[in-house]
Design a binder for this molecule. Structure first.
Ligand code: NA7
Length: 539
């Protein structure tokens, strides 16, 4: 252990890993405290998720204005959104605008991927080392690494053999990519695959979609925002953000207070028709309140959506392949779509159900299934992420006595408030495991403000070490697990339950996500802070 790293010799008071939305906002807040802060970012620009995910068709499924930062009146006054659900380039422009306005870049070091972070007990600090060998010492370490930022390629043999163009959606090139006249394959039909497929189908010579598990999708109903509309929206920002603070998962939508069978069949159908015709996540998070707890209720709404799919896809056999059979509506993240199902009515689009004819291997020229060899010019991997803990696992994080965080979390993540872990002093996580993952920027702002409060306390009291207690971590982890009980969502494999069949050790469901309400989460964290950071040992 490096005993030379004393208080006086730290390079920084805080290092933040990641310059996405949480890292950017945390930097701003810590600078206000007068701390010496450095953000280490692997990419060449700010934006995190919105920097990396440049794939065709990438856009918000949350209303643009509800997703932006709310903390600065100036930012809110100066930025106009052009679409209710902004495309990725607009969101990235927005985040660059924020970085400019707050002059963030002078404290962000780009092209700096963190390889390891090791706790140094003697100096009460972290030594953070980049992949290129540069290394820094910091009193506090704040991870802003994102819950969906460790992309995973499929564990299909031969991925390296393909001679044509190929790319994971989260590593999409910065230059424009043309599909004109090309034979394109997409593997994966999650929220990303669905956005990609809709877009690629417009110009590709042929598009072949390899689907393992169909997902329940619902219409996005995006629209442009006129100048007049923008003015009206802006006039209502205070009220809108207030509403986001009050809803279960910080969206504009929140569950209907009725249970599914409280109303007549006709009323139910009318309600679902209305939700299906409205923009955004209403049909998912604004549905009857028992949709994700009552099996019969969930089966009813699933039937409604299945019939919608049947009505939109001309070939009944294809329609049936697109209807999920192993999980109910809303139990996985609902991808929002714009004419996704109609894509399968196009002559240039083919759906391959790889449960029927599994992929055997990727070849030099394309994809070999048990039924056929398909040749392609391009393969797009929309195969998702090692979610929530994956971005932590990719950094060698070692706490007290060299304990690896990966080992500490071998049986699933354990945290205090989703922010701290015992044995990992002075490390705080933003949007880490056990956080509410609804409208993420709303959670980010709360999370950052809470960490900032803790950092202010540390500064004011001259604290050099803070650590969650084992008891605090156990109690919080048990609480988070108990919140998952009875939820149909936790009976299904998905990134939300920590399952990724492409990653060793991620085959078993874990409770990696806080499933309670955001107001409850905030109340608990506020209470901890009010009690002088109960559950933490401050030194
Ligand atoms: P998801 O939702 O995890 O989807 C990944 C997709 O890739 C899904 O359809 C997977 O099928 C498929 N997949 C993964 N590995 C393979 C292999 N080996 N063979 C075939 N198909 C495979 O990731 P997204 O990027 O779409 O979305 C992640 C979140 O980002 C999203 O929810 C938004 O919140 C933003 P499977 O379902 O595992 O059978």
């Amino acid at each position: 252990m490096d005993a030379s790293a004393t208080a006086a010799s730290t390079d920084f008071d805080a290092i933040i890993i990641g310059a996405g939305m949480s890292g950017m906002y945390q930097l701003h807040r810590l600078r206000e405290l007068g701390l010496r802060v450095r953000v280490l970012e692997a990419g060449t620009g700010v934006g995190g998720t919105w920097y990396w995910n440049r794939y065709p068709g990438a856009r918000f499924d949350s209303e643009s204005y509800s997703y932006q930062f709310s903390f600065s009146k100036e930012l809110l006054a100066e930025w106009d959104w052009t679409e209710h659900f902004a495309p990725q380039p607009e969101t990235l422009r927005y985040l660059n605008f924020v970085a400019d306005k707050l002059d963030l870049r002078r404290d962000i070091q780009f092209q700096s991927r963190v390889a390891s972070a090791h706790w140094q007990e003697a100096g009460r600090c972290w030594r953070v080392t980049l992949e290129d060998g540069r290394s820094y010492v910091t009193r506090f370490l704040i991870t802003a690494v994102g819950p969906l930022s460790a992309p995973t390629m499929p564990n299909i043999p031969g991925v390296e053999d393909f001679k044509g163009e190929s790319c994971h959606t989260a590593r999409w090139p910065h230059e424009p990519v043309s599909f004109e006249g090309k034979r394109v394959a997409v593997i994966g039909t999650g929220a990303t695959g669905i956005q990609t497929i809709q877009e690629v189908a417009k110009t590709a010579g042929s598009l072949t979609v390899f689907q393992r598990t169909p997902n329940w999708c619902a219409p996005l109903h995006n629209a442009k925002i006129t100048r007049e509309e923008m003015a009206t929206l802006r006039a209502g920002y205070d009220e809108m953000f207030q509403r986001c603070q009050e809803t279960f998962s910080c969206f504009l939508h929140t569950a209907d207070p009725r249970n599914t069978f409280d109303v007549s069949e006709a009323e139910r159908q009318a309600f679902w028709e209305k939700l299906y015709s409205e923009p955004g996540f209403g049909i998912w998070v604004g549905n009857f309140k028992d949709m994700l707890t009552n099996r019969e209720a969930n089966a009813e709404v699933s039937k409604f959506i299945a019939n919608k799919i049947r009505s939109r896809v001309k070939d009944p056999k294809v329609a049936e392949k697109l209807i999920p059979t192993n999980h109910g509506f809303g139990t996985r993240r609902v991808p929002l779509e714009t004419k996704y199902y109609e894509v399968y009515n196009q002559d240039n689009v083919t759906l391959v159900d790889i449960r029927e004819t599994p992929i055997e291997r990727i070849t030099e020229t394309g994809i070999q299934t048990t039924a056929a060899q398909y040749d392609f010019d391009m393969i797009i991997y929309a195969t998702g992420f090692d979610a929530i803990t994956g971005s932590f696992d990719r950094i060698d994080i070692r706490g007290v006595n060299g304990m690896a965080l990966k080992d500490r979390w071998e049986m699933g993540p354990e945290t205090y408030l989703g922010v701290l872990v015992d044995g990992f002093p002075n490390m705080m996580m933003l949007i880490g495991p056990h956080m509410a993952l609804g409208n993420i920027p709303r959670s980010i702002e709360y999370n950052v403000d809470w960490v900032t409060g803790l950092m202010r306390t540390a500064r004011d009291r001259g604290l050099t070490r803070l650590e969650a207690t084992k008891d605090g971590v156990t109690a919080w982890t048990d609480h988070v697990k108990s919140l998952a009980e009875g939820l149909l969502t936790f009976e299904v494999d998905s990134w939300m339950t920590g399952v990724n069949r492409n990653v060793a050790g991620k085959q078993v469901r874990t409770v990696a996500r806080y499933a309670g309400s955001a107001p409850d989460y905030r109340a608990k964290c506020d209470d901890v802070a009010a009690k002088g950071y109960e559950g933490l040992v401050l030194a």
